[in-house]
Design a protein around this ligand. Structure first.
Ligand SMILES: [Zn+2]
Length: 93
């Protein structure tokens, strides 16, 4: 299955992307769905801090998850941030 990363907008095999799901409300919390089993509207992105940043900058989460208000991305950011074990640490600029 091919899905589009909401960060870089590249199409990729679903297995190489992580699914995120919006849960709760006020604020809506976005969580990683590592097993692909959480109910609700999901979106896909690369497990990459760069794609996460792009998605945040483009407000792609709200669009993809059909959420108009504020999204709490803390959980996703913590798990995809450099040093969280998914990607090599970002080089100092
Ligand atoms: Zn991407």
């Amino acid at each position: 299955m091919i899905r589009t990363c909401i960060g870089c907008r590249e199409r990729a095999e679903k297995s190489t992307l992580v699914r995120v799901v919006a849960t709760g409300d006020s604020p809506v919390t976005v969580v990683l769905d590592r097993d692909g089993r959480l109910p609700g509207r999901g979106a896909h992105l690369h497990p990459d801090p760069g794609c996460l940043e792009l998605a945040q900058r483009r407000k792609a989460f709200g669009r993809a998850l059909r959420v108009a208000g504020t999204l709490d991305l803390t959980s996703v950011v913590e798990q995809l941030a450099p040093g969280a074990g998914h990607a090599p640490p970002a080089r100092p600029t």
